[in-house]
Design a protein around this ligand. Structure first.
Ligand SMILES: C[S@@+](CC[C@H](N)C(=O)[O-])C[C@H]1O[C@@H](n2cnc3c(N)ncnc32)[C@H](O)[C@@H]1O
Ligand code: SF4
Length: 453
């Protein structure tokens, strides 16, 4: 491992560097993108294309203190029912605009907590989404599951609706850490949900855990990872805890002084990473692990990995349509984001139009840079020849971009001008997001970045 001081010199410990789930990142979206752009981009989807759908459920029964997701607490079902009605109306608008001949590649429900939907809402929402278009042979329907907010009836409804992948929120199993982050969840509760899902034929389980939590130590994260490994998840997302109390005010309940230093965060990540590697998990991109043979591991080995708002994916659909408050859609032409506030989103849909309020229309070399950054985040390497072929840019332009990044990162990156390739060697991988930023023309110079997810 490259010494920490050397990594620090290049900005490793700057928590504000984007995670590049999109390029440009959502903080650079403008209000110029309107519902008419969204409608035009949908109508322009070529027949025969594969598309994916995301539905956002911005409600939770409890609000965990650590959580930076766009969600709101509710104990009653009335706002959830009204929201699903609006989602159904948005799906009807989409159905009217969607060209014939497209097929569904992926459906994902996230939040918030999609598992708080009552069984009849699960059924109605899933049926409406599946009715939009026929599915591909390899179609997947995945749902984010909060083990504290699910029961037999909802599990049965999800399985009957076609769910074939699940993503379970764990975060950490240590009771003291759970108290400090305002999310108590006994190991037995998580274990029971894993068994319930497997009993219903769900063969592909992802789990989310976090490093960089208050009071977390290498010993504690070792214990948590070992417990997690006993459940044999097919995939693991090991996210760095993003402490952004100015954006997620509930994080003010988390004691700052209990947070590990940036150097300790790296140790926590490395400790967990080694455990997954010893257990023969393949390392996927900057923060995922997958069983050898899992679709994500195979895609990574074959360089077919992609990055979208849900993280890493082996989905090759070029269109992702986001439904619901704050949801972001991606098209070859750009991004479109729905109104974040539930009320504002519902008002727009009830008025009979889409709820797009911001986004980004690709211009100049945006699409090429987006692909470059995606390659860095997925493959730790850029294949310049693909860029020349797909985006019709001169080789000299690609070489100039590679050289500029190399100047910034010196010997930490490898450049082969003959093969037109740029590579981040394993020792420098903790710097991946920083190196990706070197290709981001929207990010201001070091020191004035905003957090982007
Ligand atoms: C929408 S949430 C989880 C879904 C479900 N409501 C649950 O609680 O299990 C998706 C994931 O985002 C991650 N997440 C939320 N806040 C985060 C933060 N501040 N830093 C890093 N990851 C975060 C967590 O790992 C979480 O499991
Ligand atoms: S972690 Fe899940 S349950 Fe907790 S507040 Fe976030 S979305 Fe809601």
């Amino acid at each position: 491992m490259t010494p920490k001081t050397q990594l620090a010199r290049y900005g490793l410990f700057d928590a504000r560097v984007p995670r590049y789930t999109s390029y440009p990142t959502a903080t650079h979206f403008s209000q110029a993108t309107r519902p008419r752009d969204f409608t035009a981009w949908i109508q322009a989807i070529p027949p025969g294309s594969e598309i994916s759908l995301y539905a956002h459920v911005p409600f939770c029964r409890r609000l965990c203190w650590f959580c930076a997701c766009r969600t709101q607490g509710t104990q009653s079902d009335a706002p959830v029912r009204a929201y699903v009605d609006t989602l159904l109306a948005e799906i009807a608008l989409l159905r009217a605009a969607l060209p014939e001949g497209v097929r569904l590649s992926r459906i994902h429900w996230g939040g918030g907590t999609p598992t708080l939907l009552a069984p009849d809402l699960v059924t109605r929402l899933a049926e409406a989404m599946f009715a939009l278009a026929p599915t591909t042979d390899r179609a997947e329907f995945s749902v984010e599951i909060d083990p504290n907010e699910i029961d037999t009836a909802r599990l049965d409804a999800l399985a009957a609706a076609g769910m074939n992948r699940a993503s379970i929120g764990v975060q950490d199993f240590d009771p003291d850490i759970q108290k400090a982050i305002g999310r108590e969840q006994r190991f037995e509760v998580t274990e029971a949900v894993v068994m319930d899902l497997r009993d219903r034929g769900i063969r592909s389980l992802n789990t989310d855990i976090l490093y960089g939590l208050p009071f977390q130590t290498p010993v504690k994260i070792t214990e948590s990872v070992q417990k997690l490994l006993s459940l044999q998840p097919d995939r693991v997302a090991l996210y760095g805890y993003a402490h952004v109390p100015w954006m997620a005010r509930r994080q003010n309940l988390i004691p700052n002084e209990a947070l590990p230093t940036p150097e300790a965060r790296l140790d926590l990540f490395e400790t967990a990473r080694r455990l997954f590697r010893w257990d023969n998990y393949a390392e996927i991109g900057i923060d995922h692990f997958a069983h050898q043979g899992d679709g994500l591991a195979v895609a990574a080995a074959e360089r077919r990995l992609h990055r979208n708002f849900q993280g890493y994916t082996d989905d090759s659909a070029t269109v992702l349509i986001g439904l619901g408050a704050s949801a972001i859609s991606r098209f070859p032409q750009g991004y479109a984001q729905n109104a974040s506030g539930t009320a504002q989103y519902q008002k727009a849909i009830r008025a009979g139009g889409f709820a797009t309020v911001r986004g980004h229309d690709f211009a100049g070399d945006d699409a090429m840079r987006a692909r470059m950054i995606e390659m860095i985040m997925c493959d730790f390497a850029v294949d310049g020849r693909e860029l020349v072929r797909v985006f019709k840019v001169p080789e000299a332009r690609i070489t100039a971009l590679f050289r500029a990044a190399q100047e910034q990162f010196g010997g930490m990156v490898e450049l082969d001008s003959g093969a037109l390739s740029f590579r981040i060697p394993p020792d420098a991988r903790p710097l991946t997001r920083m190196i990706a930023r070197a290709f981001d023309r929207y990010e201001a110079p070091a020191g004035s970045h905003s957090v982007a997810t």
